[in-house]
Design a protein around this ligand. Structure first.
Ligand code: VGL
Ligand code: ZN
Length: 210
């Protein structure tokens, strides 16, 4: 077996003060750095995803004549309309400055197609196209994933569900996740769904002691 740590969207725009700031989002950075440290000492790989939208992305409410935080439809899929966030080459799209990114072996960008949203680090929301992540992990012999990041109820959840479908043994480092919570229970429900689908929920200290 070979394990990789997958860090989801630890970007400025998902931290407080950012365009789509998640409550306590910045608290995930210290968790990520400790998880990275543990991986280094065990010779495990660290990879990351990065939400990377063109300015004309249709998930942005303003580009779809919709109101932020309401529901609509995009490409036949249910869509939450988001504020403008993680626009390519902007500060908001950069990985958080405190993240020890020199230890990240590869960063996989997603959400570049303006016509479809892309929560998972593996596939777009319609499972039409995939990122290079799965191929890269296969090439490196990775069989087990530990996943954490932002946001619990969107990109973490869909990445974990795809990882399970792709056959990875998957842990979620729960204290390394924070959610959008359009509804107050969304993150809790997302974690329960990941667990029911076969993910193991662990704390950072359990991950470090493994
Ligand atoms: C995300 C909403 C829109 C996320 C990305 O990283 O969870 N959420 N784009
Ligand atoms: Zn996005």
């Amino acid at each position: 077996m070979k394990t990789a740590l997958l860090l989801i969207d630890l970007q400025n725009d998902f931290c407080p003060g950012g365009a789509l700031g998640v409550a306590e989002g910045e608290a995930t950075i210290a968790v990520a750095n400790q998880a990275i440290e543990a991986c280094l000492s065990r010779n495990e790989i660290v990879v990351a995803s990065q939400d990377w939208h063109p300015a004309n992305h249709r998930s942005f409410a303003i580009n779809s004549n919709a109101e932020v935080g309401t529901l609509g439809e995009l490409e036949g899929l249910q869509q939450v309309w988001w504020p403008i966030h993680c626009v390519q080459e902007t500060f908001g799209a950069e990985l958080h400055p405190q993240l020890q990114r020199q230890h990240i072996a590869a960063v996989f960008r997603k959400g570049e197609n303006p016509d479809i949203d892309s929560y998972s680090a593996f596939f777009d929301n319609g499972h039409r196209a995939q990122t290079a992540l799965h191929g890269w992990l296969k090439e490196h012999g990775v069989t087990h994933l530990a996943i954490m990041g932002l946001a619990t109820d969107y990109c973490v959840k869909f990445s974990v569900l795809d990882a399970l479908h792709l056959g990875y043994q998957t842990q979620v480092i729960i204290d390394g996740c924070r959610g959008v919570n359009l509804q107050p229970q969304d993150s809790q429900q997302a974690l329960a769904q990941m667990q029911q689908s076969g993910a193991e929920l662990v704390t950072l200290s359990q991950f470090i002691r493994r």
